[in-house]
Design a protein around this ligand. Structure first.
Ligand code: SF4
Length: 454
């Protein structure tokens, strides 16, 4: 340990650009044992580790770094999988630069420990060596229905099954995984990784009901009657339009519609109204990780040109820096400080913007520049402006209290206004990170289990 003065921070190798843009396989390779050990040895083992505090799951990061440095894979695997429902997935998709690695003590001076990549290495290498997540041997005679199979639902199922609680999971799509399956492209997360976790939950006794929409194929009242508790983890999947003329034109799409259709096609499914961007000029409006996913998907789909339009400057982009770098490497052009004003059949009308001076809190805002209007030509425009909560009929009819943004209201025990119905993740907090949904699912599962002990 403490090798940070001798060893520089290193990221896992990426596949070459010309090779990777031809498919949807992952861009990053996984550290081998030597690299993971070398990088783990850089950790200084802080007494009160900021990385641990900043991780929404409160992963015991220095402990599994230490065991990786000691070459004790099994212990590292067990510690890592103890607090996280799917460490090899979050190691790949978390924006570490604003979470654990951003708060690493070495970040500003020597470069943060590559926490996410080591986390992925530990589980992937563990699996290769026959290690598996552990579940309870005995059942406690309680059963929970989980509505939704995204990160919150998978996490809740994992931690309930570990306590010996029976779990039935209901998913309206034909595959489980929610955002992890349909929203995050394969070049960041290959779908076999998600299916592997689902398969382990099924092996541990979970009953998965796909193509089952609550309120249509099964009533919510049935869930309330037939189960000891219900957990709702339906995410926030409704895309946002900017509210400008022409936004419902035939050449305009929402990010999740585009990403989901491409993924379904990649699964070999027949997709109605597939959005074909081959040889088209594509503009993606937005500056977060979902915008980067749409841009890089368009590149892989053979678009003629792919541009990102963002209303702030590069320093104020909300997503992960590495995704912006990867997008640039793959040929995406970025146009900063522009705001859309209307859409025509052949492009988008924009007005230039500039950042204001920072106010006393350090926050800069955006103002438009009068007379700076111009047009960017495009065949296809995709909006990636964030997500809102959907309110499915079953939720409206259930009488569960919602807030003014349509989020489910919960108390600090993750209980909704119906005491045996729990919720967490984006359906409560609005669109947020998968790791926060995973943390909510875990914490809600603990509260549900505690309620069975009363
Ligand atoms: Fe970092 Fe995310 Fe892993 Fe937590 S779950 S240690 S935030 S990569």
């Amino acid at each position: 340990m403490l090798n940070f003065t001798k060893v520089d921070r290193a990221n896992p190798l990426k596949r070459g650009v010309m090779e990777r843009i031809k498919d949807f396989r992952e861009v990053y390779t996984v550290f081998d044992d030597n690299k993971a050990q070398e990088q783990s040895e850089r950790c200084i083992g802080c007494g009160d580790p900021y990385c641990h505090n900043k991780c929404p799951l409160h992963n015991i990061i220095p402990a599994w770094l230490k065991q990786t440095a000691n070459n004790d894979l099994e212990l590292a695997f067990n510690i890592s999988n103890e607090t996280s429902p799917f460490p090899e997935i979050l190691g790949r998709i978390c924006p570490q630069d604003v979470l654990c690695e951003g708060d690493c003590t070495l970040n500003d001076t020597h470069g943060a420990i590559t926490i996410g990549s080591i986390e992925t290495h530990i589980s992937e290498t563990g699996f290769e060596n026959g290690l598996k997540p552990k579940f309870a041997n005995k059942k406690i005679g309680k059963k929970v229905a989980i509505v939704g199979s995204g990160p919150a639902g998978i996490s809740a199922a994992t931690f309930l099954l570990r306590e010996g609680v029976d779990v039935d999971m209901f998913e309206r799509a034909n595959k489980a995984g929610g955002l992890l399956t349909y929203g995050i492209p394969g070049f960041k997360l290959e779908k076999e990784r998600v299916q592997r976790r689902i398969d382990w939950l099924i092996e541990a006794g979970m009953k998965l009901h796909t193509n089952c929409e609550i309120g249509k194929d099964k009533s919510f009242a049935e869930l309330e009657n037939d189960y000891d508790s219900v957990f709702i983890g339906i995410g926030a999947t409704k895309g946002r339009f900017p509210g400008i003329d022409g936004e419902k034109n035939d050449n305009v799409y929402l990010a999740m519609e585009f990403l989901t259709k491409v993924q379904k096609r990649n699964f070999g499914e027949d997709v109605e109204n597939f959005i074909d961007v081959t040889d088209k000029n594509v503009l993606v409006v937005g500056g977060g990780d979902t915008a980067m996913d749409c841009l890089r998907t368009s590149v892989r789909e053979g678009a003629k040109s792919v541009k990102c339009l963002y209303r702030r400057d590069e320093a104020n982009m909300p997503g992960s820096k590495k995704e912006v770098i990867n997008s640039k490497e793959e040929g995406v052009e970025f146009i900063f400080n522009v705001s859309p004003s209307s859409i025509d059949n052949d492009g988008i009308n924009l007005i230039k913007t500039q950042m204001t001076e920072a106010d006393s809190s350090g926050r800069q805002s955006v103002k438009t520049i009068p007379g700076s209007e111009y047009k960017e030509s495009a065949d296809i425009i995709i909006f990636a402006l964030g997500f809102e909560q959907e309110v499915p009929a079953f939720l409206k009819e259930s009488g569960i209290e919602l807030d003014k943004w349509s989020g489910i209201v919960t108390n600090d025990r993750f209980q909704t206004s119906k005491t045996k119905v729990y919720s967490g993740g984006d359906s409560v907090r609005g669109a947020n990170l998968a790791v926060r949904a995973a943390a909510d699912g875990k914490n809600a599962a603990q509260k549900i289990f505690e309620s069975f002990q009363l």
